[in-house]
Write a protein that binds this ligand. Structure first.
Ligand SMILES: Nc1ncnc2c1ncn2[C@@H]1O[C@H](COP(=O)(O)OP(=O)(O)OP(=O)(O)O)[C@@H](O)[C@H]1O
Ligand SMILES: [Mg+2]
Length: 344
């Protein structure tokens, strides 16, 4: 299964991926029962998977969307495992020409899972070929050139397309409507994150107190990837400056060293808030201007930083741009601007 190499999994936002995060990583859940939280999603998927398996058919195409690190790639892999089928993994930017897609689709096995990461980045010609493949399980193939060129249809095995994206708004509607199952992943609750931390600690043989696992969950930005990353950092602190056990004290000191506050905000999150407040009088400021001001790519600002800041109520998205809320002023210990007072 060499499609599972890191290279194929690197997204544009590779910086948020842990270097150690591979599909064969022992803490990555393999089956639905290991996948913590997102109960509604799991319940529905379980039904759809069971039904498809019982009928011996391919599962309907699945659209997975949500911020980075919430488990999209993990879930795609779980679906294949639960269905007992092969997986093919690729990402939209890796398919330059229709023939790249054709090469994959003509060699997959019946009912397998075909995972395309960053599905919003498909080239138009590749996307068009995918429409026919998804609907009719056939490929339109042009043979010959000039006036004698003609299109033939090549049958391909039935398959399940799992398309993942952090930017659902950038997916064209003809593509989106061809997915039968739409899964929107949301941030995890603190309890769910605590369960993930406890499970990972068990697998990695890390000792962590009950209270400490909850403190850590609170600062994990609602994101399993962050929870696992913090767990590994706390293990380092516990090992070097503690006695090997992650206690609340270790967590407190560790988070301080990492400059992560009680809301799970990192220095960069606070810089974003501070920039909106001090440079732009609290906003509104356009996303592009803001990204440049904080030295961040627009993608990582919109996909990684903003969703959590919005969910926690620190910023608001308005038609004219991003606005800092009174909570952001309070959190940074800054005075509310006159115009913001009128706004809220
Ligand atoms: N529900 C879960 N339970 C336990 N662990 C999880 C869960 N979801 C994700 N993880 C862990 O978090 C890590 C990140 O998940 P994953 O790579 O699937 O995220 P993603 O949504 O594909 O992110 P990206 O958008 O950056 O590709 C995985 O290595 C996995 O171990
Ligand atoms: Mg992924």
């Amino acid at each position: 299964m060499d499609e599972f190499s890191d290279e194929n999994l690197l997204s544009g936002e590779a910086m948020f991926n842990e270097d150690t995060e591979r599909l064969d990583n022992p803490i990555r859940p393999k089956l639905l029962e290991d996948f913590q939280g997102q109960e509604d999603i799991k319940d529905n998927l379980n039904i759809f998977i069971t039904a498809a398996r019982e009928r011996g058919e391919a599962l309907d195409h699945v659209f997975l969307n949500g911020p980075p690190g919430l488990g999209k790639t993990t879930l795609a892999n779980i679906m294949a495992n639960e269905l007992g089928v092969e997986t093919r993994v690729t990402s939209a930017p890796a398919m330059d020409k229709p023939k790249d897609l054709a090469g994959l689709l003509t060699t997959i096995s019946e009912n397998s899972v075909f995972f395309i990461d960053e599905i919003h980045r498909l080239k138009p010609t590749v996307e068009e070929m995918l429409y026919v493949a998804m609907e009719d399980y056939e490929l339109d193939w042009i043979i010959g050139q000039g006036p004698s060129a003609r299109t033939i249809r090549i049958p391909i095995p039935k398959f399940t397309l799992v398309g993942a994206t952090t930017k659902p708004g950038k997916v064209s509607s003809p593509l989106f409507t061809r997915f039968g199952i739409n899964v929107r992943m949301n941030f995890y609750t603190q309890e769910e994150l605590r369960d993930i931390i406890v499970r990972s600690a068990g697998i990695l043989d890390i000792k962590i107190d009950k209270d400490a696992s909850f403190s850590l969950a609170k600062c994990s930005r609602g994101t399993p990837r962050v929870a696992n990353r913090l767990l590994r950092r706390m293990r380092d602190f516990a090992q070097v400056v503690g006695d090997g056990i992650i206690t609340t004290k270790v967590v407190e000191q560790g988070l301080k060293r990492l400059e992560i506050d009680s809301y799970g905000l990192e220095r960069h999150d606070r810089e974003i808030l501070k920039t909106i407040i001090t440079k732009y009088n609290g906003g509104p400021v356009g996303a592009e201007t803001l990204a440049i001001s904080v030295g961040e790519g627009i993608d990582s600002l919109e996909d990684f930083y903003e969703p959590y800041l919005i969910q926690q109520g620190f910023i608001k998205r308005t038609a004219r741009g991003r606005v800092a809320t009174p909570l952001a002023y309070k959190h940074l210990g800054l005075e509310l601007h006159e115009n913001q007072r009128l706004l809220f």
